[in-house]
Design a binder for this molecule. Structure first.
Ligand code: NI
Length: 260
């Protein structure tokens, strides 16, 4: 039983066979998938998928790299879509200094708005962080105030200080295909410092498939390879790690009792 907490099922890479990809995932033990949105159109698409498949849930939000394209009314649309029945998260949001698509102040504005919306709806938010670790931590600290946050550091591949700050603020940490890459020993070492109850797994499909599928189009069925690698790091079996990460996801998304 696995939960892929981050899959871009609405993207072009899946336009021909999204249904088969979802069926294949379920058949291989991925009982739940979160279809993650990047724009308003994408948010409508993830909700449409979630409406058709009982195993698929949706996030709604605006990715930092697409915030520059947001039109008047888009933000209000996201706020409205956030109350759709199968929406269980806000994002993906966050900050990205690698791609220079959106002015940084605009990225910060959308990041803050999405954290606020997530708080209002009592949903977790999904954080994308690329070459912006201190900036992400600063926004998180500011938004947390004296409290805790409900969110996910998605496809985490950052430094120990960032990890420590995120954990201290209450966030969960999700690992994707990169976690399995041979060169990423440091990341696997750092993972050992994460409490078991904060761990999640994801594919971030269609991007960066895990070993031994590296180079192929990624899909939710492949989340087992990342879970397997994480299990090894913690000295657990795949079944044990699947049970731990799935229980964590169900608890975080408020789905305990709803999905079996
Ligand atoms: Ni993503």
């Amino acid at each position: 039983m696995l939960f892929d907490t981050h899959a871009h099922l609405d993207e072009d890479a899946f336009s021909q066979d999204a249904d088969e990809v979802i069926v294949r995932a379920v058949a291989s033990g991925v009982t739940t998938m979160l279809a993650v949105a990047t724009t308003v159109e994408s948010s409508r698409a993830t909700i449409a998928l979630a409406t058709r498949f009982p195993n698929v849930f949706a996030s709604v939000g605006i990715h930092p790299n697409y915030a520059v394209q947001a039109k008047p009314g888009d933000w209000e649309a996201i706020e409205g879509l956030a109350s759709s029945p199968k929406v269980i998260a806000i994002g993906e949001t966050g900050l990205d200094r690698y791609w220079d698509h959106t002015p940084f102040d605009v990225q910060i504005d959308y990041f803050r708005r999405q954290i606020e919306l997530a708080k209002r709806r009592d949903l977790p938010f999904i954080v994308h962080c690329r070459e912006a670790e201190p900036d992400v931590v600063a926004v998180l600290r500011q938004m947390a105030g004296a409290g805790q946050l409900k969110g996910i550091m998605h496809s985490f591949c950052g430094r120990q200080a960032t990890l420590d700050a995120a954990l201290e603020l209450g966030l969960h940490v999700s690992f994707a295909g990169m976690f399995t890459f041979k060169k990423n020993n440091e990341l696997r070492e750092l993972a050992k410092t994460i409490p078991l109850e904060r761990l999640l797994v994801e594919t971030d499909s269609p991007y960066l498939a895990p070993q031994p599928q590296r180079g192929k189009r990624n899909e939710p069925a492949f989340v087992r390879y990342t879970a397997e690698c994480l299990a090894e790091v913690f000295g657990k079996t795949l079944d044990e790690m699947a049970a731990i990460t799935t229980a964590n996801a169900l608890r975080l998304f408020g789905l305990s009792g709803e999905v079996s």
